[in-house]
Every structure is written in C-alpha cells, then in structure tokens.
Ligand binder design. Structure first.
Ligand SMILES: Cc1cc2nc3c(=O)[nH]c(=O)nc-3n(C[C@H](O)[C@H](O)[C@H](O)COP(=O)(O)OP(=O)(O)OC[C@H]3O[C@@H](n4cnc5c(N)ncnc54)[C@H](O)[C@@H]3O)c2cc1C
Length: 669
C-alpha cells in the first residue's frame, strides 16, 4: 500500500493507493482480505469505523447458527441438494445458490482451521441440527456468539499477517468512472473521524482498482431493531453511484428486547412468559394477548411456538398461530403507541372462563416439552432457570434482572435478505465493486437460518479469488487518479462545507432526520405494509432525501459523520420504500416476514382490527417469478426493473472437460 498526498482544488488530501480497498471489518470483509492475502495480493487496505463494530462482532442469539452442507453420520447431502434448498426460498438466482452450496464446505473448513470451536466428536464428525427452512441437519453453532468468534479469529490473523487497517474512518462516498459505456468504481472518500476539525475536514482518499464493500445490513434505517447499536450500514454509498439493489422488500422481523438488543426466541418463549402493555408512562397495564386469542390454551400455545418460529411469518397467522403474537405486539407499539413488556415473574392469563394458567390446560406439545425438561415449575423465570440458566445470566450481565423486572420488547428488524445486486463473483453492475456479506442481496424470500453467515463467507472468498485472478493490476498514479476523482471529491468536500455553513442557519438536523427515517421505516416498511401508506411514505422519504442533500447542517465539524450517515440512510430508506411500493403495485402479497394488508384478501387478521385482511403470495404471482431491482438512473431518479430468476445451471462435470477448462483459467471468470 502506498500513502501519498494529492492536491484537488485548493486542498491537499492524504491518498492511499491500493489494488483492493476493503470497506468494513465484519466477518465478510475480513475474510475477503485474508483470502486475497492467501492468493498473494499484498496491496490491500481495510478501512473501517472500528475493529469490533458491526453485526458479526456484536450480535448473537440463543444458539447462533452457521449453515453449511451436512458432513456427519449418514446424513445424505450434496451441493446440488443444498443449492435446490436455497433456491426453493424463492426469488433467488440458481447460479448464486449453486455457488453458495459448493463454497460452503471450503468456507466452513477455513473457519475450523482458524480455530472456531464448532463442535465435533472424537472421530471428527461435525454433527448438525435442523434450522428453519432446512430439512438436512445442516446447521451448526459455536455457541451464542458464533460470528464474534469468527471476527476475533480473522482479526488476529489480519494482524499477524500485518494487513493494514485504517480504523476510525467512515467512508462517505465511492468514486465512479464511466469508460466505454461501462461504469466502474475507482476509489472512495472517507472521513477520518479524529480529524474532521482540520482544514481538509478530515477527508481521506483511496485510489483502488477494486472495492470490496462489506458494510453489513441497513440497521440504521429502522427504529425498532435488534441489530447492534454499532451497526448502521452504508447502502447509500453504492446506490448513489447507480448500483442496483435487489429483493430490498425482503427483511426479517421478530420479537426482541430493546434495552439490551437480543432476539427473544427459544426458551425465552417456551417457558410461556406473560406479555403486557402499558401507556407511555407505564400506567394502564393490560394483558393484551388475551384480546387476540379465544382462550388461555391457544394463547399459551402461540407463545410457546414462538420459541422456534421466531421471525414473523404470515404463514403462521391462521388457526391462532404464533405470528399473531408479533401482530398484537405491533398493534400495541406501532399503532397504539404503547409499550410492551415480557414478564417472567408471573404466568399469563387468557380470555374466557378457563383463563388462568394451568399446566393441564396447556397444549400437549408444550406441556410435554416442559415436563421432559423437568420444568413444570410455578413461574416462567423458574422454568427458564431450570431449562436455560445462561439465558437469565445474559440479561443480568446487561443490568437486567428477569427475576425482578419485566423486559421491554418490540417487533424488530433483524436481517435483510436483499441488498445490492451482484453476479456469481459478488461483483455489482458497477464493475469492480464487490458487495459481500449482508450488504449483498443474494438471498431470496425464505432463507435457512444460518445461511447469512455461509453466504458472507462464500461470497467474500469468491470476490477475492476473482480479483486475484482477473483484476490484479496496480492502481493508477496519483496524478491520473486525481484527474478521475476531482469532480467527485469536490462534490463531497462541498457537501461537508455546506453542512457546516448550514449550521449557522439552522437547517436540517441529522439526528432529527434519522429519527424521521427510522420512525417511517418501522411504521410503514417493516412487518406490516399497505399500498396507501407506502404511496404516501415513499413520497415523504424522497422529499427527505432531497432536503437532506440541500440542507443537512451541523453546528460543529465533529458532527459531520452523523450528517453523512443521515444522508446515506435517507437515500437507503427511500430506495427500500420505492421497492416495496413497486412490489405492492404489481400485486405483491404477503410473504417472507411481512404482511400486506389487502381489504380483498381472503384471510382475516383480527389482531389488526375487524376489517383487516390479507392473502399469501402464490408461486405464480408475477413478483414470485421474478426478482425486483431498484437503482438510481443518471439523473438520480429511481428506476425499478423485474429480472427473470436464473435457474440452477446444469453443469458438465465430466472430469476431463472440467480439467481442460480449469487449465485454461475458466474456473475463475
Ligand atoms: C440478533 C441477530 C442474530 C443473528 N443470528 C444469525 C444466525 O444465527 N445465523 C446467521 O447466519 N446470521 C445471523 N444474523 C445475521 C448475521 O449475523 C449478519 O448478516 C452478518 O454478521 C453480517 O456480517 P457482515 O460482515 O456482512 O457485516 P457486519 O458484521 O455488520 O460488519 C459491517 C462492518 O462495516 C462497517 N461499516 C459500515 N459502513 C461503513 C462505512 N461507511 N465506513 C467504514 N466502515 C463501515 C461496520 O462498522 C462493520 O465493521 C443475525 C443478525 C442479528 C442482528
């Protein structure tokens, strides 16, 4: 990596020239850097807000799952079977599913070689279990913090190999270049978060042949979120230069605690805690679930099932299914503005004559489960202590004592299956820009639990391999780069100066803008959607983006990072709402982890009111047979397009033919 300075306009900026710039330090970004290094590339620079930030490092769950091909015992599996299962999730390209399946075991064994403690027996069998949307026992876990263990191992290795990392830098713009009708990325601009007070506003430039974007999920656009606080996301960087997003409609939502962000799945629900709501000041306590279920037995069954039916799923509404719990929490929090709590100190009560808690009134599945766990105990917290004591200790370590206090919850955004569109080498339509990890929208509608981490590992390794084999050239000279980057850098510099000058005239406050974005996304672009509301909120979102471009303002230079973040998120949220509107306009119905309200729908949703109805998406619906993309056109207007779903390719696996193509380099392009 070469560090110089470059003059653009009247200012001088630090300039890093590299073959590959890696943005972010989550599991995907760090893996990309390491694989590139394995393949001999040394001109790498990792730039990140902070090593130890992001979802991989800071999120986890009861048993954080890593999905891979089955390798133990007599479990039958094959790459094609796995690809078919990924593909069956809907709106996922078959060639990408095949790559994710074929790359699964190499990626997994890289992790075991790095020392990630995935459980195995004395003969070396990595036993698996079944996760959601999986029937092959492909899932494994290294405990509640699997992805953190991955990041820590990668970070150790990155340091050991002395791959340079620039921390405390926030990338605020990518630099595109149009040549012969193709747009490619040639670098990036970041804010050095410790230097925004300087004359240069802390701007740092990167001259790169390739940019790997591992900036994670769009956590910062939601008010109700179980993404860690350290994750915000930066999709706007890519949208701004015309990179298309795909499947932006498809995110996962579920019940989580908000004071300390944690998914409340597994035993937290299986012990059947009491749900109650209050007004904003904690008064007017109400056991609102009783209003949504005819009796205690059905209520308790739905709560119990929520344990292993965690994400909201419209297919689990009928027959008093577990998703009614999410909808009733949504009604209390989003529609009625109340607060909702899980109380482990007392048993729930239902409606009707047999309303009180009684083990004999429990659904046989729930009762049997508790009995076999030796947990037919008087209160939810006693049952939790018996079945999963670490679940109590985890909250205690974050200052929340489930024995003494209720836990505030909401229905929260957890993961985006969509993201930036890319090909089988994880390269965007903007050439040499490689979105890897959650920012890449490779998943379809339903994904097996744990496949996000698999996809992040496979995709980042494939991007690195492609770069090492095809784009290994040196970056251009600083003078050439300066001539390419001049206009873009001036634009970003000008933005920073306007934000600062605007502070004196009281323009748009970034924190206020972020609050507006988040409120809007949680109310209209999350688990419950309808066309009328989306029509309105999409307009509001674009208007906020335009206002953000014109009038975001800060009172001091140390607030510039927040202003750039607000601008990024204003664009990201507008693109997401644009996608949702297009989906609904084309007749898109309920699927994945969201409900589309439709007065003509054949299924009632009493949880949301007497007239609320929906219908589930069908396999022959127009949107089910395609993938929706959204991008900004050259004049900055959103453009939607429906692309055909590519099937799983039929490959010729005759060894001699594969060998001959391999020798000709065909395996890496
Ligand atoms: C509660 C929870 C539970 C989950 N459980 C599972 C599970 O069991 N199995 C599974 O497969 N998946 C799970 N997921 C999803 C999975 O953890 C994430 O998809 C994955 O960790 C994302 O990794 P990543 O490397 O793409 O991004 P992250 O780990 O989020 O890293 C993003 C990085 O980019 C940096 N960054 C962002 N923008 C910028 C910028 N502009 N400039 C510089 N740096 C930037 C961030 O600081 C961070 O370092 C879960 C997610 C959550 C929230």
């Amino acid at each position: 990596m070469a560090k110089t300075e470059v003059r653009i306009g009247s200012a001088r900026y630090p300039l890093h020239s590299v073959n590959t710039l890696v943005i972010g330090s989550g599991a995907a970004a760090l893996n990309a850097a390491l694989v590139l290094h394995d393949l001999g590339e040394r001109r790498i620079l990792i730039v990140t807000e902070r090593l130890g930030s992001g979802t991989s490092h800071d999120a986890g769950s009861d048993k954080q799952t890593y999905y891979k091909a089955a390798v133990a015992g007599s479990a039958p599996d094959s790459p094609l079977e796995m690809a078919r299962d990924l593909f069956a999730g809907g709106s996922m390209h078959g060639d990408i599913a095949l790559c994710e399946a074929l790359g699964s075991l190499p990626a997994f064994f890289r992790l075991t070689a790095l020392g990630i403690p995935f459980p195995r027996d004395r003969y070396g069998a990595y036993a698996g279990y079944q996760t959601d949307h999986d029937h092959r026992q492909r899932a494994t876990s290294a405990g509640p913090l699997t992805s953190r263990l991955m990041v820590e191992a990668f970070a150790r290795e990155v340091r050991r190999r002395r791959i340079p990392i620039l921390e405390r830098h926030q990338v605020v713009g990518l630099i595109p270049r149009d040549e012969n009708g193709t747009r490619r990325v040639v670098g990036a601009v970041a804010l050095d978060l410790r230097a925004t007070g300087r004359k240069s506003r802390g701007l740092v430039l990167f001259n790169a042949v390739n940019v790997i974007l591992g900036s994670g999920g769009p956590a910062g656009i939601y008010q109700d979120s179980v993404y860690p606080e350290s994750q915000s996301g930066s999709h706007g960087l890519a949208f701004e230069i015309g990179a298309p997003g795909c499947n932006l409609t498809e995110s996962q939502f579920g019940i989580a605690s908000v004071k300390f962000r944690w998914n409340l799945s597994g035993t937290y629900q299986q012990v059947i805690p009491r749900y109650f709501s209050t007004d904003r000041r904690g008064r007017d306590e109400k056991e609102f679930l009783a209003e949504g279920f005819p009796d205690f037995a059905k209520l308790a069954r739905a709560v119990f099932l929520k344990g292993y039916q965690w994400p909201f799923d419209p297919r689990k509404i009928a027959d008093h299914g577990s998703s009614n719990v999410d909808l009733l929490v949504h009604r209390e929090t989003v529609l009625l503005g109340r607060r909702v709590f899980l109380d482990f100190r007392r048993n729930p009560e239902g409606a009707g004559p047999k309303a009180t808690f009684d083990f004999d009134r429990l659904d046989p599945e729930a009762r049997d489960y508790l009995a076999r766990s030796g947990a037919l105990l008087p209160t939810p917290v006693e049952r939790l202590r018996k079945m999963n004591p670490p679940a109590i200790e985890l909250f205690l370590s974050h200052g929340i004592d489930l024995e003494r206090e209720p836990l505030e919850i909401r229905v929260c955004a957890q993961h985006n299956n969509g993201g930036l569109a890319a090909n089988i080498w994880w390269e965007s339509e903007i050439a040499r820009l490689f979105p890897v990890g959650e920012v890449n929208g490779s998943h379809g509608v339903y994904r097996p639990g744990g496949s996000a981490l698999n996809s992040g590992q496979v995709g980042s390794a494939r991007a690195a391999r492609f770069i090492a084999r095809n784009n290994a050239s040196a970056p251009p000279s600083p003078a050439v780069f300066a001539s390419w980057a001049e206009t873009r850098v001036a634009e970003i510099r000008d933005r920073a100066e306007r934000m600062l000058a605007g502070g004196k005239k009281r323009g748009l406050d970034p924190e206020k803008a972020l609050r507006e974005i988040r409120r809007r996304m949680t109310a209209a672009g999350a688990q419950v959607r309808d066309l009328l509301t989306i029509d309105r909120t999409r307009g509001e979102a674009w208007s906020l983006y335009r206002r953000s471009l014109a009038s975001l303002s800060v009172s001091s230079a140390d607030k510039l990072p927040a202003a750039f973040r607000a601008l990024d998120h204003a664009l990201t949220a507008a693109m997401y709402l644009e996608a949702i509107r297009e989906y609904l306009k084309q007749g898109g119905r309920s699927r994945g982890s969201y409900l589309v309200l439709d007065p003509e729908g054949g299924h009632n949703v009493p949880a949301l009111g007497p007239n609320a109805a929906f219908s589930p998406a069908g396999p022959d619906d127009f949107p089910s047979r395609r993938i929706l993309q959204v991008r900004l056109d050259d004049s900055g207007r959103p453009e939607t397009r429906w692309t055909d779903i590519r099937p799983i390719p039929e490959t010729d696996l005759w060894f001699e033919n594969v060998w001959s193509e391999f020798r000709a380099g065909g395996a890496d392009r």
